[in-house]
Unconditional design. Structure first.
Length: 207
């Protein structure tokens, strides 16, 4: 993909939600709110002069509540994007990694070794997740005209980076996405006028 500098580049920042109530565990579609620690993590990631003119959020509470609070604080409109809901982990949702390893170690190890082939029991496949997420990203990137913040999930950010960087789907779990970590993408046009995103930075503690 060949990029050209047309002066129309905009930035889209991605931030993962802070720590939810209940600590570290597989959540997926489970709608736990942010903990006090999680709220503090999110506000700490916001710079003194926030650059965002628009906020897009997952519908899940651990993302949406902060997005709406931030939007009110900085006077930015907030839009909910259902496609940006976290991947479903099926029967693993609400459970800690140690618990799953103790009960079904083969399933967990298979998932880590090949997440494309080894979907969590009752969960959403990575291929299906990609088919859901990418159209949402394309809608956002194609219409981006101001600096935008996406408040989302670890799985969402991994999938968006895999798409933007043309990574193999099987490599998505190799990307570390910390709570309240900020990733920045620059979106400009290619020679055919289509969005051509590039990675500016990843997993910073502050925008």
């Amino acid at each position: 993909m060949q990029r050209i500098d047309t002066g129309d580049a905009v930035f889209i920042d991605l931030i993962r939600h802070g720590m939810p109530v209940g600590g570290r565990r597989y959540r997926g579609h489970r709608d736990d709110p942010l903990s006090e620690e999680g709220w503090a993590q999110m506000w700490a990631a916001v710079p003194e002069a926030p650059p965002w003119k628009r906020i897009v959020t997952s519908p899940l509470t651990r993302c949406r509540a902060f997005a709406e609070a931030l939007g009110e604080r900085i006077g930015a409109p907030v839009a909910v994007e259902p496609a940006f809901t976290e991947i479903s982990f099926g029967e693993w949702e609400g459970r800690e990694v140690a618990e799953i390893l103790a009960q079904t170690p083969e399933a967990m190890q298979a998932y880590w070794a090949d997440p494309v082939a080894a979907t969590p029991p009752g969960g959403e496949s990575l291929a299906g997740f990609r088919e859901r997420v990418v159209p949402g990203w394309e809608r956002l990137a194609g219409a981006a005209d101001v600096h935008t913040l996406v408040v989302g999930h670890g799985g969402l950010i991994r999938m968006l980076l895999a798409h933007v960087l043309d990574m193999p789907l099987a490599a998505v779990l190799r990307l570390e996405v910390p709570n309240a970590g900020v990733t920045r993408l620059r979106v400009q046009s290619d020679i055919n006028g289509r969005p051509a995103p590039s990675l500016v930075f990843h997993a910073r503690s502050r925008a």
